[in-house]
Ligand binder design. Sequence first.
Ligand code: G3H
Ligand code: 13P
Ligand code: ZN
Length: 308
Amino acid sequence: MALISSTELFKKALNSDYAIGAFNVNNMEIVQGIADAAKAENAPVIMQVSAGARKYARPAYLLKLVEAALEDTGIDAVLHLDHGADFEICKSCVDDGFTSVMYDGSKHPFEENIRVTKQVVDYAHDHGVVVEAELGKLAGVEDAVHVAEREATFTDPDEAKEFVERTGVDSLAVAIGTSHGAYKFKGTPYLDFERLQKIHELIPNTPLVLHGASSVPQEFVEECNKYGGQVPGAQGVPESMIEEACKHGVCKVNVDTDLRLAMTASIRKVLSEHPEEFDPRKYMGPGRDAITAMVQHKIRDVLHTSGK
Ligand code: G3H
Ligand code: 13P
Ligand code: ZN
């Protein structure tokens, strides 16, 4: 029933075939849905807060909601800052009591990324907090015209080694073909497993992180669209590819889009089938249940952390 560090969880996951699910939280129902799923599966879990989520919910709320969920369910969880853009937001989350922060300097030149990552690592480690950083860029389908252009943004294995050695960072997010959101691939999904294996070989003791790891299950896309939504052509990372990545050093798998799809599909369905309904609990409740079902599926069938 406490906020915990990811250090021990990653240590165990590093040389196993499973990875810890990191799920984005934005409101009470999402926090509750994830905590209920982790409890039901007796699984370790990371709840992560983006800058946008922090701004939307206001900084005090998500921390208190996560603490309340741990008290309510009796589970432990990691509370992590997702994609911190600068030193200040990382410091602020460390000061607030987060147990893990990500500094995302992936858009900066290599040396600048190293400089700020090191600054965050020094501050966070002084306060017993672990740090994730990112090297390489997660290009979406619209960001690159050619496959070659997209691959040029992938993480360079030698740079990854130098980056980890010079920053002392605890885990590293890598770019191997995933991207954020519901439109990840135009044609056949492709991840650069050769590159992932090379990175893992060069930094075998560094837990790797896979961002943009939603699978965009078609039944939820179809349900959204059936009940008035417009998400045509959405496509994610096949679950089998996530399972494969977990065998090559990936210890943390980030999922947000699939939660958004599951919650929105269920809310759309309720409102469409019951147009007379206007009690928010009547649609937010099913939305919360949809989060629980999705997170349980990830934990049990994709990440294989049930009972871990
Ligand atoms: O990495 C992106 C996450 O899905 C968070 O998204 O910045 O809209 O909260 P957000
Ligand atoms: P998805 O958009 O694939 O869910 O990725 C979420 C993520 O990487 C959060 O950091
Ligand atoms: Zn991300």
